[in-house]
Design a protein around this ligand. Structure first.
Ligand SMILES: Cc1ncc(C[n+]2csc(CCOP(=O)(O)OP(=O)(O)O)c2C)c(N)n1
Ligand SMILES: [Mg+2]
Length: 818
């Protein structure tokens, strides 16, 4: 079913001129009468109050960091505190028209945004709902600290809860919003729509787009704002996120009922600086940041520069843009100009800017200016301002007292960190509505075609069946994907060429016939945003499967895999789950940048489950497992064996649903003389080797396919090595620091008393992968395995080595680094 968007040469070759519409700068006109009528006295006063809370909160942090005390409360805070003093109006103005259904994501400098968004929620929810949320959050632990001795209203209690929960989080306390496991740069509170803040500059640029995709695809209320800094406009994930957010297909190809583009606003808090680099005039070339909207789509992303020193200008812009987003006409870019009076962090001496510049902005100080504006227009009185100031001081002082106390605000036990690394939870579906599909499953053309395939790969004589007659590893993956698509309405899959092309290596061929565009779609070539948006989609409550066409492209998604997908469950203290599967195809034949196995990198990073099936039976059963789980899975597949049939499960690959037990290696052949452990397609070389060991040397090798990298149960491995006393470990990954080197180290310790020889690892050469014609010099070959056994494990009588696998060669290679 090819897509129907004609590329017409007559049209695209015709001369003409692109017209770029103007981009408004600071279009807001203050009008106190109109503003009073629109918001009312109380709401306007609350805006000022919230700005004051943020300023005092950060003044307190600044005092604690620089002087070790605030109002006589001594405290040594070891961690970071990136303050946003000066930027309060931008944060408060943004939250005025947001509800708890609207999500904001942010950066390392987001205390103000968390407080603004959560304080604003305390004004819009009724008492019963507020109590329900506070009581239900982390077993009411945070609430119980502020509730003790409180005798004011529920709303006041909620204010205390917000300020205390944020501060206790910054001070790494169990009673904080994320049990202290996120800290200053990552704190957030989902029940009020404050979503993860990111210490990686620009990190929210693609994650927030994924959250907006979640809202659009699952018809959830609200918009999503990705708050980022001006210097993050130099970051790839931000641009990739914008490209993904601005795809035409939302309006050209997706069903009208979906509602158009994802409701995402990329909101730049443009304070004109990175840490010390100045964006306007030095490190960027955009002049006015809002200009970049013009580079992305014909609507200029509805970009505007907004005066972030006036909360009402920001509120106005957000209100207008929110309706654009809800109508599906996004994405939106806001360039909210602001300025931080404070340094990047309390230790910053501001050597990169003049005192005059800071002083000039202080004369525009938004809190002072807004307070004067409200009093001058008779909206609040000077006495009311003074009394608010006092209330704010009391609020910050009392919550600080609670947060510094180790007795009232203890830290988590280290065991709790272990418990939140993975949820180890499973769910058949993440929503109850009927999954949107185009066909009954049995009418899918590939399902029909697979009915004629042999689900076991050998004939009665044990000979391999012809390739076109067998059910392959690729088919196993397809069946798992199709099954979950028909079970879980939230499940989406996307990546490069995922739709009519059939996904990388045709694993998805046939899915297009069953699925509407919004559940299976082509993405831009944006590996960062493919994974990053998957992170945002998953942590918002949906199941996503994203694909990297070659393992080597993980490099393009490094931050998203290593810092985002792997971290948010634990940094949220288990509040968030991450039902995200990243399918990674490991290449061959295409040389140095398309043939690398990077499983060891994923093994090294805490927080990832890592699977690598190499049989059709496992491909289906392990993908089934991954697609029911709520933890993030890096799912490796080898291009060498997409076509392979099932050679081990005699009854063939089941038609129905089944799962492989998590972390359990598979014994592929039983033997008593030597254990060969493999990860990935090296299994098949190991089996050839085992055949030869039996035929020529009367040795019975036990062959075990790890299939899991993390978690990994060592029981079967230890039992086997204790039985045989010898172990060879084989992988297609480059040998140095391969995952099997880690397994060898562990087995040395676990089986030391029973080993007759040290474990030996055979991997690929520590080289570039050469051309297909020369690959046998790179990937482990049967001869390498036999020679290694002979030289380092068990001399094979009469064996003639053809390669150098001696310990001398091992040290030579390491000495040279090759
Ligand atoms: C990927 C990455 N690079 C560098 C840093 C170090 N760093 C932290 S904040 C910052 C400046 C960010 O500037 P901007 O995005 O404008 O946000 P602001 O600090 O002004 O709020 C830098 C370079 C980082 N945290 N992440
Ligand atoms: Mg900045």
């Amino acid at each position: 079913m090819p897509q129907s968007l004609l590329v017409d040469p007559r049209q695209v070759r015709a001369p003409g001129m692109l017209e770029i519409a103007g981009i408004p700068l600071n279009r807001y006109q203050p009008d106190a009468k109109r503003e009073l009528a629109k918001y009312g006295r109380e709401r306007l006063a609350r805006m000022l109050y919230d700005m004051m809370v943020i300023r005092e909160f950060e003044s307190m942090l600044n005092a604690i960091k620089t002087q070790g005390a605030y109002r006589g409360i001594a405290y040594n805070h070891l961690g970071p505190a990136h303050l946003s003093m000066g930027q309060e109006a931008a944060a408060v103005g943004q939250s005025v028209h947001l509800t708890v259904d609207d999500f904001i994501f942010g950066s390392h400098r987001s205390h103000g945004e968390i407080l603004a968004k959560c304080l604003s929620a305390t004004r819009t929810l009724d008492d019963a709902r507020l109590m329900e949320i506070m009581n239900g959050f982390l077993d009411g632990k945070c609430l119980s600290v502020v509730e003790r001795g409180h005798n004011g209203s529920v709303r006041e209690l909620a204010e205390k809860f917000v300020v205390y929960g944020t501060l206790a989080e910054i001070f790494a306390r169990e009673t904080g919003f994320n049990k202290g496991l996120g800290g200053s740069m990552h704190a957030f509170f989902p029940p009020f729509g404050s979503m993860p803040n990111n210490a990686i500059v620009g990190g929210s640029g693609d994650i927030s787009v994924g959250a907006a995709l979640f809202k659009r695809i699952n018809r959830r209320n609200g918009i999503v704002i990705g708050n980022i800094g001006d210097a993050s406009l130099g970051c790839g994930p931000v641009w990739e996120g914008l490209m993904l957010a601005a795809m035409d297909q939302y309006t050209t190809l997706w069903g009208k009922s979906i509602g158009g583009a994802p409701p995402i606003m990329i909101n730049v808090f443009n304070n004109f600086y990175g840490m010390g680099g100045q964006t306007m005039g030095e490190t960027m070339g955009f002049g006015a940041l809002a200009r970049i909207g013009a580079g992305i789509n014909p609507s200029n992303l509805h970009a505007e520069r907004v005066d972030g020193y006036n909360p009402l200008a920001v509120a106005d812009a957000v209100e207008r843009k929110k309706s654009i987003l809800l109508e599906g006409r996004g994405p939106v870019l806001l360039d909210v100009i602001t300025y931080r009076i404070s340094g990047h962090s309390p230790s910053d001496a501001s050597s990169y800017r003049t005192k005059e510049e800071i002083a000039l902005w202080e004369t525009h100080d938004s809190i002072q200016a807004f307070s004067t504006y409200l009093t001058a227009n008779g909206i609040v009185t000077a006495d009311q301002v003074a009394s608010m100031k006092e209330q704010v001081g009391t609020l910050i002082e009392s919550t600080t007292r609670l947060a510094v106390s180790l007795e009232k605000s203890p830290r988590v036990s280290p065991q709790q960190i272990e418990h939140v690394m993975f949820s180890n939870r499973y769910a058949d579906k993440l929503d109850d509505r009927a999954p949107e599909v185009l066909l009954p499953k049995n009418e899918n053309p590939r399902v029909k075609a697979l009915k004629n395939k042999a689900r076991f790969g050998l004939d009665e004589q044990g000979k391999p069946l012809p390739k076109n007659k067998i059910f392959t590893l690729r088919d196993g993956l397809f069946e798992a994907m199709l099954y979950r698509f028909y079970e879980d309405p939230t499940m989406v899959a996307y990546g490069e060429e995922n739709r009519d092309w059939g996904g990388a290596f045709a694993v998805y061929r046939g899915l297009t016939e069953s699925l509407p565009y919004h559940r299976l779609f082509n993405s831009p070539i944006s590996e960062g945003a493919i994974v990053g948006s998957g992170v945002g989609y998953a942590l918002s409550g949906g199941r996503a499967v994203v694909e990297l066409m070659y393992c080597d492209f993980m490099g393009r998604a490094g931050d998203e895999i290593f810092n985002q997908m792997s971290k948010w469950q634990a940094m949220s203290a288990g509040i968030l789950t991450m039902p995200l599967v990243v399918r990674v195809s490991v290449g061959a034949k295409y040389g140095a940048q398309h043939s690398q196995d990077w499983t060891s990198m994923c093994a090294h990073i805490p927080g990832l489950k890592v699977f690598y099936p190499v049989t059709p039976y496992d491909a289906k059963g392990m993908l089934n497992l991954a697609l029911r789980g709520l933890d993030p899975v890096m799912f490796f597949e080898s291009q060498k064996i997409y076509d392979i049939g099932e050679l081990f499960e005699k009854s063939g690959v089941p038609n129905g649903y089944y799962e492989i037990p998590l972390g359990e290696p598979a014994i592929r052949r039983i033997g008593s003389d030597l254990t060969i452990l493999t990860l990935g397609p090296a299994l098949y070389k190991a089996l050839e080797t085992a055949d030869e060991l039996a035929a020529r040397y009367q040795l019975q090798a036990e062959v075990i396919d790890l299939r899991f990298v993390n978690p990994l149960n060592y029981d079967k491995l230890v039992a086997s090595v204790n039985k045989t006393g010898r172990v060879l470990l084989v992988t297609d990954a480059c040998e140095r620091s391969s995952f099997l080197s880690e397994v060898a180290t562990n087995l040395t310790q676990l089986c030391f008393d029973n080993l007759d020889a040290p474990p030996a690892v055979v991997g690929s050469r520590n080289w570039i992968t050469p051309a297909a014609e020369m690959e046998t010099t790179f990937f482990p070959q049967k001869e390498w395995l036999l020679d290694t056994i002979h030289e380092r494990i068990l001399p094979l009588p009469g064996h003639q080595v053809t390669t150098n696998r001696t310990l001398g060669e091992l040290t030579r290679r390491n000495r040279l680094g090759v």
